[in-house]
Design a binder for this molecule. Sequence first.
Ligand code: PEP
Ligand code: MG
Length: 870
Amino acid sequence: KKYVYYFGDGKAEGTGQMKDLLGGKGAGLAEMTNLGIPVPSGFTITTEACREYFRLGKKFPQGMWEEVLRNLKMVEKSMGCKFGDAKNPLLVSVRSGAKFSMPGMMDTVLNLGLNDETLKGLINKTKNERFAYDTYRRFITMFGSIVTDIDRKKFEDLLDEVKNKKGVNLDTELDTKDLKALVEKYKKLYKKETGKDFPSDPYEQLKMAIKAVFDSWYGDRAVTYRRLHGIPDDLGTACNIVAMVFGNMGENSGTGVGFTRDPSTGEKRFFAEFLPNAQGEDVVAGIRTPLKIEELKKRMPRIYSQLEKICNKLERHYKDMLDIEFTIQEGKLYMLQTRVGKRTARAAIKIAVDMVKEKLIDKKTALLRIEPEQLNQLLHPTIDPKAEVKVIAKGLPASPGAAVGKVVFSAQDAEEWAEKGEKVILVRNETSPEDIGGMAVAQGILTARGGMTSHAAVVGRGMGKCCVVGCGAINIHEEEKYFTVGDITVREGDFITLNGTTGEVILGQAPLVMPSLPEEFYTIMKWAEKFSKLQVRANADTPKDARVARDFGAVGIGLCRTEHMFFDPERIKAFREMILSDSVEQRRKALEKIKPYQKEDFIGIFKEMKGLPVTVRLLDPPLHEFLPKTDEEIEVLSKEMGVSVKKIKSKIKTLEEFNPMLGHRGCRLGITYPEVYEMQVKAIMEAACELARKKIKVIPEIMIPLVAHVNELKIMKDLTVKTAEEVMKQYKVKIDYKVGTMIELARAAITADQIAEEAEFFSFGTNDLTQSVYGLSRDDAGKFLPFYIDHKIIEEDPFISIDTEGVGQIMEIAVKKGRRTNKNLKLGICGEHGGDPKSIEFCHKIGLNYVSCSPYRVPVAKLAAAHAKL
Ligand code: PEP
Ligand code: MG
């Protein structure tokens, strides 16, 4: 069994294709080596070794260590130095690297191989005693905190102590003597914390570090990240051991990170930052704020142009935007890493469209490059440009959009406040992977330190969350929970607004507006439509929502819930009058008052949809939902209507249901109170006829909810057709209308062949269908579903993603049976699942004609529909 893959001197045993085995980082290093890009020599221990390690109860698989030693010899030969050598020592980095990039989640140890002996060699080699001791103390810190879990802060406290005593601010102001003393302190700390001496044998160090990399796969942070990103737990991580090169060997050295294109806007320009005389961790940890890459161009033009050429080569090879890490050691450039770069949705879209224009990729690839959910970011609000705002500070614009919220100073507080329904902005000096949970629930993130590639920036962008970093003007007192800017103090709970596009920090709550979409967005939507089979409609109940839906390219309304129209104060009055009526006549009178409102709504919606089909669902919820709940409200109603409190209360009592979701609702209302549906059909058809007379095309689709038995549909259809014909006769126009039903009960699905004979279309109401097939109450499942999901009893919340094995099978049965008796049956879905990419893929698979989702999800659904087909 081969557990180790070598790379160096222009040749690698692995390739870029071998991500499963070598992890993203390892595969990238191999590929870059093979491309002739300068990479320090090293080797990758496979993910298979990691899985074996866990299978064997945390033991290296047989032969792995011997392979490591053999490969280490090859690295020694290539770099011309020796591991553990007192004269010319080889030092290595040990880094994790899983198949999927998990920024900041896994552990890295740099400068491994240092001990009191090899330190002499390093001094001898570099003629720089200060640098050597600085390297040594960094190594002990990393090794101590990562491999043996000593709290990193304890090392930092010792460092601060030395700095304070000396009265200096920066690490770079410490001299050799200070660092030497610090090394001794660190070793003591290590012994105190672990009960053992700091390991001086480099091979022992290496063994421990490899184990730590493997172990970090099941570290809390990694597990959380995987859960948030849906990455399986059983992949394991590879371990990369690479010869160290030093970016901190003077002013002709340095280190940097960057992207081949701008990861925020997608603009085609080399986008990077670098720090002279520094090691990589300084940049990533955001300890020092890095310089713009233009500075490198000034200082080392030859290196800059070499970097640019490498970026071009990488892009042409990978046909994608990449992120890179590089180090310059005494004027020689080394690439340390490359992988497909994370980007905002805006950038993803622009890069995809640009790369099609550049003929790097085709349209299908371009579509597949954009994650449907990512589009949500584009639909994020921005600050109203007309608003007067008080800008109190400016940081780096790390992730675009705007966010308003109450300030909190810890990830934990963010989670607790968000739990209570508060919108919060997480403000920290810098973030670390432990903060992920808090970042996920915050509206936005603000940090005082770090650059565009700091943890907060990378994670914020990935989450599509407004984020401002490196805002040095603010002084944060995390413990005391306030920050100051000049003479302004902002305390926990105070409102601020962030502008992630400009980096501005604004006092108070600024008004937000929805963004304008970049031109490339429409290009992508056009391509998506071209490549998909499923059509996308929207769920919309108002003309305004209808307009949003159409602007986003919805090809119709798949669900207009008419009950939402009754809650306006004027209308609810009439509606309650209807409910409280004792006779049909009284009810009809009350309904007559409501009809003009409904008609007006339909006219508005039909007009907005400009001849596209509009599915209107007749009244669905149980009547008690429209009646007041508190005594006060009942009293007001009693006065308003001149009906006694007693009578209202007794009516409420009779309407009370033990299980209202299975009670007197949907078509059961229509059957027992036909005048209600009759009024609604009249309103729909009158609206349609009035517009038709003005030569405005309207396609109403009248939808009967909660049908379980074909006879229910028959009765309701007869009523609908009779009413519709009467209206058309009266207006002397013909409207192309349809009558169909929702499929949201198991019985309806199973008897779909019978129902299809009466219906022109089915729309799966997967909210109710999930409820009735799964026997889960939509309203009560929250009490135990999270537990089920946490304990992996079920994979996913079936109200978010269709339960394909259960509910999905029933849908499939309904599709087959329905089409068997009605070839022309049109099939759609209008439950919340209609906007969920995974469910959309399923809907495509079972052959639905369309999905319908909330207006702002239309773009997501359109792209998901294309992905389903591609
Ligand atoms: C459904 O049940 O999926 C549906 C769309 O209807 P509602 O959510 O209004 O019950
Ligand atoms: Mg329903």
